[in-house]
Each structure stands twice: as structure tokens, then as C-alpha cells.
Design a binder for this molecule. Structure first.
Ligand code: GLV
Ligand code: MN
Ligand code: MN
Length: 416
């Protein structure tokens, strides 16, 4: 007779589920667009909830739309050990970012069912609302409310670019639950995710044990110049908001390069006003995302951004307003959870390395409240937030096996 250590997930079933979910919001280039709280997000949630019910789970939701799918434990009064991630995507998202961590959780439950394994503590699969921050900034907003990093009212009142609020959209798709966000007791949280970077592929390793996440600061920047005729206004004396923005975009790149190798800086969204071919742009709004594993360095990068903006404003006769909309400090994961994952890697015979997450994850929020750890698996070329995002079925299965054995250790499992 086998032992619990011999149990493995069904990698083909995991892959099939990923491919089925990827049909919701499918894009022509092979990726997905399921922006948070759109009809596509609702369809993805509906499919997940149906699959969880078919696997015998009980569903609850909180007032940020976070979904908890519970498989009872032998001692059902114990707080559950949770696994999960997000189902929302970037506008040009892939098939794996977030959805892998959710469906890997479902595959763990299905595998436990197949093998008739009961756990001491209940286990839960969690879907966190609006992880990406692509539709409603900031990112990780619902795991952030859960972990006490954002106020509920602040989160529900975030608006998308058309002025629709997160709270209204949550109600519209029918996922505003009753439970207070954060009231749900969790014993531990594990998230498996594609790496979204090149390290595991380069090192030819199937598994990364993530020891923490880097710090980040997000800004909304507005540059105000003056609309004027593109033909009749001499070059001297123009107050061209877009030309000033161009210089500031390059300054963001330079600021990050000064913190090589870990500093990163991105201008990802930009709106030009009036956006007419023959009017000198009088206004530009854009976003800045600065990150580094060391919080003091991110602070320094933010100071450098403000200094460069002040200089450009003076040189070019424009006004630059910089609002810091989010500061997310670096985070360290829980040593006991990491230990459970190291044991899992040993049991499974997977070579692995420690790493810091470059991307933000719900786990980075959860870690501020609940013992938390993360597992990474390689993705092709390290590419993510791209329709071409790709991962090997066997690596996805390996990460899911890590999740299974991590959860079994944390939930003190037993065979029937
Ligand atoms: C989310 O994907 C982030 O890291 O911004
Ligand atoms: Mn993600
Ligand atoms: Mn993402």
C-alpha cells in the first residue's frame, strides 16, 4: 500500500481545465482578456464555482468578491489551509498568470478526492478579486483589504477609466458576498504561479521556492502644458506636454538602470490630450511603476522621479503633478510554510532554488496577516503579461504536486 507521499496530481486534467478556462475571454493571439469584474471575469468565476461544487466544495464569498471553496476537514472547526490566486487577467494576458494558481488548487482537491484522502484541517481554494490592477488600481486590492492593507470603502470606490466603480461592478456580476472581507480565518496560504521571469528556465529548474516579494511604488502623473496649433506655433516657447512626458519616460528608464540589476521602472499607460494630429498636446496622464527588493532603494527611486520631473517642468514650462497612489513594501514569506515546501520538493525529488518574486501576488498581501509561501514554475522565455505566455504541462504538474504536498503537510493529512 502506498503512503501519502506517493500521491500525485493529474497533470492532464489540470492542463485540460486550464485550456477550458482559457476559452473565456480568448484573444486571437492565443491569450486571454478577463479584466476584473467584466462579463468574462463573471463567466470564469461561474465555471470555477461549478467545478468546485462538482468536486464537493462548499462556496462562500466576501464583500470584496473573494471566493472561498471549502473541502471539509476531519476537524472542521480548525481554520482552513488555503491555496489560490486570481482569475482576472491583463488586457493582453496569457492563459496561466493567476488562473494556474486557482486551478492548481482545484486539482489538489480533485486529487485528494480521487485518493480518498481526508485532511485534519479543512482546505480551501481562494479566488482573489482584481489582482492585476489593470482595470482598477491598485493591484492585489482584495487580498489587500483581506490583509488589512486597504480600507473596504477605499477599495469599493476605485473606478475604471470609464468611471465605473469596483463596488458597482461587483454587484452587477453577482459576486458581492455577505462575509466581511478579512473575517475569514485562514491557518496558512500557499500560492503557485508561473515565474513570469527568466531565472528558472535559465537554471533549468522546475521549481522555485519564493522567499519574498519586492517593494513597489505606483504613481499617477499629469503633465499640463498648452494646446496650440502644430503648424503656426514656433518651436521656441511651446509648452508641449507630450515632449516633456517623453523625457520623463526616459528618465524612469534611467532611474531603474541606476539600480541595476534589481531596479525596474515602467511607464505602462499613457493618455494624450487632445490627441489630435495637428494640435500640440496640452495634457498627458501616465502611470509609473517602480520596484526593487529593497524598500529604501524604491524610496530613492521615487525621490529621483520627483527631482527629474521638477527639473523638466522648469526647463519646458509645463506643470508636472505626481500622485503616489500606492506604496507596497517588500515582504518575507513564512519560514514554516517554506519548510513544508522544501519537504515537498524532497519527497517529490524536484530540484529547486530560492527566489524573490519580481511580480506582485496576492500571497504578498496575505503574508502580512497569515503564514504564507509561494511556489514558482518556469514559463517560456520568462514572458508574461503577454498573449504568448506559455508553460510546459509537466512543469505545471510539478508545481501542483508541490502545492498538494505543501498543503498535506500544513493540514496534517491522513489516509482513510
Ligand atoms: C501584477 O501582475 C503585478 O506584479 O503588477
Ligand atoms: Mn498573477
Ligand atoms: Mn499578472
Amino acid at each position: 500500500m502506498g503512503t501519502l507521499d506517493d500521491i500525485r496530481v493529474d497533470g492532464d486534467r489540470l492542463w485540460q481545465s486550464l485550456m477550458e478556462m482559457a476559452q473565456i475571454g480568448a484573444l486571437p493571439g492565443g491569450g486571454c482578456c478577463r479584466l476584473a469584474l467584466t462579463d468574462e471575469d463573471k463567466a470564469g468565476r461561474d465555471l470555477f464555482v461549478r467545478w468546485c461544487r462538482e468536486a464537493g466544495c462548499h462556496i462562500t464569498m466576501d464583500n470584496m468578491g473573494n471566493i472561498f471553496a471549502r473541502r471539509p476537514g476531519r476537524d472542521d472547526g480548525r481554520p482552513p489551509v488555503a491555496m489560490g490566486s486570481h482569475l482576472d487577467t491583463q488586457p493582453h494576458g496569457g492563459k496561466f498568470d493567476g488562473v494556474y494558481g486557482v486551478l492548481a488548487g482545484l486539482e489538489v482537491v480533485r486529487a485528494l478526492n480521487d485518493h480518498g484522502v481526508s485532511t485534519g484541517a479543512p482546505i480551501e481554494i481562494v479566488v482573489w478579486t482584481n489582482e492585476e490592477g489593470a482595470r482598477f488600481a491598485p493591484a492585489m486590492i482584495s487580498s489587500g483589504v483581506f490583509a488589512g492593507q486597504f480600507d473596504l470603502d477605499f477599495a469599493l470606490s476605485r473606478v475604471d477609466e470609464t468611471g465605473k466603480s469596483l463596488g458597482d461592478e461587483l454587484s452587477r456580476i453577482g459576486y458581492a458576498g455577505e462575509e466581511d472581507c478579512g473575517a475569514h480565518d485562514l491557518a496558512a496560504f500557499l500560492e503557485v504561479h508561473i515565474e513570469q521571469g527568466p531565472i528558472l528556465e535559465r537554471d533549468q529548474l522546475p521549481i522555485g521556492i519564493v522567499t519574498g516579494g519586492q517593494g513597489q511604488r505606483w504613481y499617477d502623473v499629469t503633465v499640463a502644458g498648452q494646446d496650440a496649433h502644430s503648424g503656426s506655433t514656433p518651436m521656441a516657447g511651446r509648452r508641449d506636454a507630450l515632449a516633456a512626458t517623453a523625457a520623463l519616460v526616459l528618465a524612469v528608464e534611467e532611474i531603474a538602470l541606476q539600480e541595476t540589476p534589481h531596479g525596474v521602472g515602467t511607464v505602462g499607460a499613457l493618455t494624450v490630450r487632445p490627441n489630435s494630429r495637428n494640435t500640440i498636446p496640452g495634457g498627458v496622464d501616465f502611470t509609473v511603476d517602480l520596484r526593487h527588493p529593497d524598500d529604501e532603494t524604491v524610496t530613492r527611486m521615487g525621490q529621483a522621479l520627483r527631482a527629474r520631473a521638477a527639473q523638466l517642468a522648469a526647463d519646458r514650462g509645463v506643470d508636472v503633478r505626481i500622485d503616489e497612489i500606492w506604496m507596497n513594501p517588500s515582504v518575507k514569506f513564512d519560514a514554516r510554510c517554506e519548510q513544508a515546501l522544501r519537504r515537498a520538493a524532497r519527497v517529490l525529488g524536484y530540484p529547486h532554488r530560492d527566489m524573490i518574486s519580481g511580480a506582485g501576488h496576492d500571497a504578498c498581501m496575505l503574508a502580512r496577516k497569515v503564514p504564507t509561501a509561494m511556489i514558482f514554475v518556469p514559463c517560456k522565455g520568462g514572458i508574461s503579461h503577454n498573449e504568448a505566455e506559455s508553460a510546459e504541462p509537466e512543469d505545471l504538474a510539478a508545481g501542483c504536486n508541490m502545492l498538494l504536498h505543501g498543503v498535506l503537510a500544513l493540514a496534517a493529512a491522513g489516509l482513510p
